[in-house]
Design a protein around this ligand. Structure first.
Ligand SMILES: Cc1cc2nc3c(=O)[nH]c(=O)nc-3n(C[C@H](O)[C@H](O)[C@H](O)COP(=O)(O)OP(=O)(O)OC[C@H]3O[C@@H](n4cnc5c(N)ncnc54)[C@H](O)[C@@H]3O)c2cc1C
Length: 383
């Protein structure tokens, strides 16, 4: 399983070699989008890997996505600029109409239409997604959208957005997760109709934004699936999202541990390599063991996903363990590099900042623990 899709991994590694540390460092300093990298990935078909062949993609399973994203991170890059396409596309694929799929998927597959924005989180609701306030009111053949999203990553670099909005007030539905609907939003048309995007500067280069809707009209034909069932549609993509993000964390951990152990072998202080000190070697060895354990959980989750099982528990655990493993690796790497761990030119501090995110987003560790406690262990629901 560890050699899952070795050919793809080798090819992605070759592609990534054209985008060395300096490339990512410069983008980070400028908080700029990796357009050339995303273009290269698209041209070689990697962003269309999971799109069925009939829509112009390659039609591979989730394990191919895992291999691609892990390798990008293992090479020191960051797939956050484009990873959402792999999982948001699934919402359209599973729940969209034939007409919607025929209209959007070929463009997504050939890169002419970027589906990178995923508008779920709102400032007032946070993790409590059913409490979102953005409202889409039906008027004839269109919906009028009002509200605000936050942390909508890549909104400025995306042609399409998957948007979750309320279509029936929470007070009027039987279950709090009812009355939410999913739309595919044409970002250019929505901007012309009054949608505003405002970037948020964060500690790493992630392109996250606030998105404001003020009477923005969306054609009714852009509703995905049935009105009111959107929460289920979004949730059905969560396992894939968690597994893919976990694979990025595994890639980060491998990159960090490779850099740190190379440095620990070479750097001499007191006349011997620093890696000879167990105070340096053991944290690296421990982080390696944790990374491998998390990697096995990722593989188990993928195997179950591809076998058509419900891998909810494994996907959540994979995401949590991989995010913790990459953070352990980042922490050990900074300590190994000493002062140089803080110097931008070594890229350790950049990865340290980047990989911290995954204990918070796309779902925070506490919520994963709540899931395991409730759904796996039968403990009372805590919220
Ligand atoms: C860089 C970045 C990119 C993102 N990209 C996107 C995106 O593209 N699209 C999108 O929709 N969202 C995105 N998000 C949002 C992300 O999914 C949320 O930040 C995350 O789900 C947490 O929500 P919150 O920030 O509102 O935290 P809150 O919900 O306010 O939670 C704050 C803290 O309290 C804890 N907490 C809350 N409730 C409970 C509870 N019941 N039990 C235990 N602990 C609890 C949380 O675990 C967390 O640690 C992004 C976030 C960031 C930072």
């Amino acid at each position: 399983m560890i050699d899952m899709h070795q050919e793809i991994r080798d090819a992605v590694a070759r592609l990534c070699a054209d985008f060395p540390d300096e490339y990512w460092r410069k983008l980070d300093a400028e908080r700029a989008y990796p357009s050339e990298f995303v273009k290269a990935l698209t041209e070689q078909g990697y962003l269309a890997a999971l799109i069925p062949e009939e829509y112009g993609g390659i039609g591979l399973g989730l394990s191919a996505g895992v291999a691609i994203l892990e390798e990008i991170h293992r090479a020191g890059g960051n797939a956050a600029a484009c990873h959402a396409q792999m999982y948001t596309m699934g919402t359209l694929l599973r729940h969209g109409s034939d007409a919607q799929k025929a209209r959007y998927l070929p463009g997504i597959a050939d890169g002419s239409q970027r589906l990178q924005a995923f508008g779920v989180t709102e400032p007032g609701s946070g993790t409590n997604t059913p409490a979102i306030k953005t409202f889409a009111r039906r008027e004839g053949d269109r919906y009028i959208v009002n509200g605000q999203k936050i942390w909508t990553s890549r909104a400025e670099h995306s042609d399409l957005m998957i948007l979750l909005a309320r279509t029936t007030p929470q007070a009027e539905v039987a279950r709090r997760t009812d009355g939410l609907s999913v739309f595919i939003v044409d970002m250019t048309a929505a901007r012309e109709a009054g949608m505003r995007i405002s970037p948020i500067r964060t500690m790493m280069n992630h392109g996250s934004c606030e998105v404001f809707f003020d009477d923005v009209e969306i054609p009714a034909e852009n509703l995905i699936g049935e009105e009111g069932r959107g929460f289920r549609y979004i949730m059905s993509g969560m396992n894939a999202e968690r597994i893919l993000i976990a694979s990025e964390c595994i890639g980060d951990a491998k990159w960090l541990l490779a850099r740190a152990s190379a440095y620990a072998r070479e750097r001499e202080v007191f006349g011997r390599p620093i890696g000879q000190n167990q105070g340096i070697a053991f944290p690296l060895a421990q982080a390696y063991a944790r990374m491998r354990a998390a990697e096995l959980m990722v593989h188990d989750a993928v195997r179950r996903y591809e076998a058509g099982e419900n891998p909810g528990a494994e996907a959540n655990m994979a995401k949590m363990l991989a995010a913790e493993a990459s953070w352990d690796a980042a922490e050990a790497a900074v300590q190994t590099f000493g002062g140089f761990g803080f110097a931008e030119e070594y890229d350790i501090e950049r990865k340290f900042r980047e990989t911290r995110l995954y204990q918070v987003a796309p779902i925070s560790t506490n919520l994963v623990l709540s899931y395991i406690a409730e759904h796996v262990m039968g403990l009372p629901r805590s919220y």
